[in-house]
Design a protein around this ligand. Sequence first.
Ligand SMILES: C=C(O[C@@H]1C=C(C(=O)O)C=C[C@H]1O)C(=O)O
Length: 430
Amino acid sequence: MNHTDAPPRHAAPARLVVRTEPVDELAPLIPRADPRHPLLWMRRGEGIVGLGETLRIESSGATRVEDAAAAWTELSALADIDDRVGLPGTGLVAFGAFAFADESEATSVLVVPELVLGRRDGRAWVTRISLATGDDEAADAAASVPLEIPEPTPKRRVPRVTFAPGSVPPAEYEAAVAEAVRRIDAGELEKVVLARQLVGELHEEDGLRATINRLAEDYPDTWVFAVDGLIGASPETLVRVDHGTVSARVLAGTTSRGAGEASDRERAVALAASAKDRAEHALAVASAVKRLAPHTARLDTSPEPFTLQLPNLWHLATDLKGTLGDGSSALDLVRAVHPTAAVAGTPRRVALPVIAELEGFDRGRYAGPVGWIDGDGDGEWAIALRCAQVDGDGTVTAYAGCGIVHDSVPADELAETVMKFRPIVEAFGG
Ligand SMILES: C=C(O[C@@H]1C=C(C(=O)O)C=C[C@H]1O)C(=O)O
């Protein structure tokens, strides 16, 4: 693990000086984000924007989440926090994105910004986070300077990115799905999620704010995120911790929207009745419940899966709600639940190597946890879906996948990836 900008190892640990103050209003949030390195987490106009970078915790490998969680606990314990608002997301906060796989080349990050602009429950605030590197007086003096709120800057046009299939062309994806079905029929596993990529190029002069704005306008009910180049709009809540309550939304089972109102309703009814989708869904719910239960005093699931309508598709959904039983932080729970059967498969230990073998590419942070954590351990984490990673050289890699079960049809699964690519492709002007 690496603490960029932090004092060298064995020196005194970094001490953060944090101050949160209420402000009148910050809406709209997106025009205040950094166009090139946006840090953002938002749903229905509320959320947090981070500016600058005070500290970064990087991790990788099988212990990437627990290492980050331990570093975060240590950092939080030493922080000097003056929080005059006291909501989840006020005070000390970090934005995070973790690689999907233990073997991934992608680094996992927690980014602590210099400035956080937040809105929640109709209240707005600004937080400044500075690093005290030995000279406490200087840091304390800096923290007492009045906070300056950046003005929103005008809207730019959505960049035009042309996407083409990545390492797995559509025909190969269909072949991988057929092979997965064969292995499922042979009894090797019950479910595996297989994804494919689209790759494009972002022009140097284009920022990312217009893309984020488009995602937020078109998919207001999803978690819209931007963390270290990972941009997306996910409908799936991996886990939320808010003052001792725990919640999650499990999605698995998908169908297209119908053309007219009646046919659209029919599609939803058929999805709710589909044995294939219900079986696929039940596996995802079971995996989330099994892994959250040891950390909760109570955990309820919505009784029947419900149909969740998004502009591009219908999903089968189950909400989980409970109370924390063991004082776990949001990151501790992320570690417990990732990767769920919604993005990996069942049994997990069989599905993960099958994914690596049949997909044939590194998922990076796609299908990994993305979200934020605060100094009290509260946080909101989604599964990074309907997203793309924008690299420093302008390469944009978008990802979409589907849960494969024994009656999956390769052409239908390919069509489902096209539906799932739609939000991110359109947000990049496609
Ligand atoms: C894997 C993805 O989505 C997941 C798979 C789903 C399915 O197969 O029905 C539904 C929602 C997500 O849990 C993706 O969007 O890339």
